[in-house]
Design a binder for this molecule. Structure first.
Ligand SMILES: [Zn+2]
Length: 104
């Protein structure tokens, strides 16, 4: 696995999800939202999550939301298992990229 490439993809998916989140906010305050899985491996799966939970994940720059079997030990570790989604934390170089975005 190309860890750096994967980490950069995760940052892009996070950006996409932030746009989804703010768009949904503009239609009112939804209880739950549908976002993209943030595993960063060419995945098109959706994750349903409570808006408050989504916002909580975003408080931490190294946290990502992924589908149930979408974490990879090379790039992240599972922090919480919510059944339909996992809260994972980027580790190592993936964590640096998650914090800094597109720094080369
Ligand atoms: Zn995925």
């Amino acid at each position: 696995m190309d860890v750096e490439r994967n980490a950069r993809a995760q940052v892009i998916y996070r950006e996409v999800n932030q746009r989804i989140r703010s768009l949904q906010e503009s239609f009112g305050t939804p209880a739950s939202i549908q976002v993209m899985c943030e595993c960063g491996r060419g995945c098109n799966e959706h994750v349903f999550v409570e808006a408050a939970e989504y916002d909580r994940v975003r408080q931490q720059s190294t946290y990502f939301l992924v589908g149930p079997e979408h974490h990879a030990p090379e790039v992240d570790r599972v922090v919480e298992d919510h059944g339909s989604w996992l809260l994972v934390e980027a580790v190592g170089v993936a964590a640096d990229i998650a914090r800094n975005g597109f720094v080369n």
